[in-house]
Design a binder for this molecule. Structure first.
Ligand SMILES: NC(=O)c1ccc[n+]([C@@H]2O[C@H](COP(=O)([O-])OP(=O)(O)OC[C@H]3O[C@@H](n4cnc5c(N)ncnc54)[C@H](OP(=O)(O)O)[C@@H]3O)[C@@H](O)[C@H]2O)c1
Length: 322
């Protein structure tokens, strides 16, 4: 079958190992099912995979992609939940220490078809196109859990989103607005800041800028470059939700004084549960909120999308169609 896959990994030149071609279709073990992919979206995770993060050499070649929308074996429209947990996990599957994301251990979604556990297939509301639904399983679900499960925010609170253009950042802006929060955003780029305002942000600031007052919570997917600003932005008792390290994972100079004196909460968050995914689908169905799409490309032009994400100029999601 047609697939986009990592043939080898390279920490410094991630696109060197990217291939578009033919791969054998996977067998569906008992309890698993096949989804025919109509659309799949790109995440920074796919670039980390090509750099070798979470994808050891012995698992190569590996079909990339966490997110897909398509049709199931009965021809019904569905969307795929990318978190593959132990089938015996009870409760929150993101806490299963052995969980993986599609494309880490099992072949991913950038292909004609993907094989997943039955519980990872959710019905797609009729109001959602395959392209819109394909944006949701990673970026949007992550943003949903950060805001509505992990942050402690209540409607009327002020949230700062670090970065405007990324898939998670644009999801955070839209969902925070839908959740009734006051939404502040930083961006390195004036134009992307302007687009964040059009998307619903109440105020936009240059990355690292002094804010008019402190916020109740910060959503940070950037890591090293924004950490200090995120900590300084919080009111006493405020919460920093961290979920990504696009600019780097190491923190050279952390002032613990501020963290304990202001009683700040530093909270990790990763992906989301099947139940949260169901709630996210309902939210989009009832509110009409939709993902911002930067670019839609036929999947055989996936390399163009990867390059665009690496350049760091995107605003919204990159979607591949079949
Ligand atoms: N833990 C999880 O479950 C999970 C799930 C999804 C994503 N993630 C992680 O979250 C991160 C974001 O992913 P993504 O798919 O949204 O794509 P992305 O392309 O990494 O998003 C880039 C975002 O980071 C901002 N940014 C990048 N470099 C920056 C810098 N030096 N200073 C300030 N802002 C910077 C950009 O804002 P501007 O360009 O507007 O400044 C943009 O909003 C990735 O690291 C990804 O691995 C983690």
């Amino acid at each position: 079958m047609f697939a986009v896959y990592a043939e080898h990994v390279d920490q410094h030149d991630p696109l060197a190992g990217l291939r578009v071609g033919e791969r054998p279709a996977a067998e569906a073990p008992a309890g698993w099912t096949r989804v025919w992919v109509q659309a799949a979206s790109l995440n920074h995770h796919d670039i980390w995979s090509l750099r070798g993060a979470g994808l050891p050499a012995q698992r190569l070649p590996m079909i990339l992609g966490c997110d897909a929308a398509g049709v199931d074996e009965d021809g019904e429209p569905v969307v795929v939940h990318a978190v593959i947990a132990d089938p015996d996990t009870v409760g929150d599957e993101t806490f299963d220490p052995k969980r993986t994301l599609l494309s880490e251990l099992h072949p991913g979604t950038f292909a004609d078809e993907v094989v997943v556990p039955r519980r990872n297939v959710l019905r797609r509301p009729a109001s959602l196109s395959a392209v819109d639904a394909a944006c949701l399983p990673t970026s949007w679900l992550t943003a949903y859990r950060m805001l509505f499960t992990r942050s402690g925010l209540r409607s009327g609170d002020t949230v700062l989103v670090q970065g405007a253009g990324g898939g998670v950042a644009t999801a955070l802006i839209s969902l925070a607005r839908a959740g009734g929060f006051r939404v502040w955003v930083t961006s390195r780029d004036e134009q992307r800041g302007q687009r964040a305002l059009e998307l619903g942000a109440h105020e936009v600031f240059a990355s690292g800028a002094r804010l008019p007052r402190r916020v109740d919570a910060v959503m940070d997917t950037v890591g090293q470059a924004t950490w200090e600003h995120s900590i300084r932005a919080l009111r006493p008792g405020g919460t920093l939700v961290t979920t990504g390290v696009t600019s780097g994972a190491k923190l050279p100079d952390v002032d613990l004084n501020r963290i304990f004196l202001l009683q700040l909460r530093i909270v990790g968050s990763t992906m989301g549960t099947r139940a949260e995914f169901g709630a996210l689908l309902d939210l989009l169905d009832t509110t009409g909120v939709r993902p911002v799409i930067d670019t839609t490309l036929p999947m055989d032009q996936a390399a163009t999308g990867f390059r665009r994400m690496l350049d760091g100029q995107i605003f919204g999601k990159i979607v591949f169609t079949l």
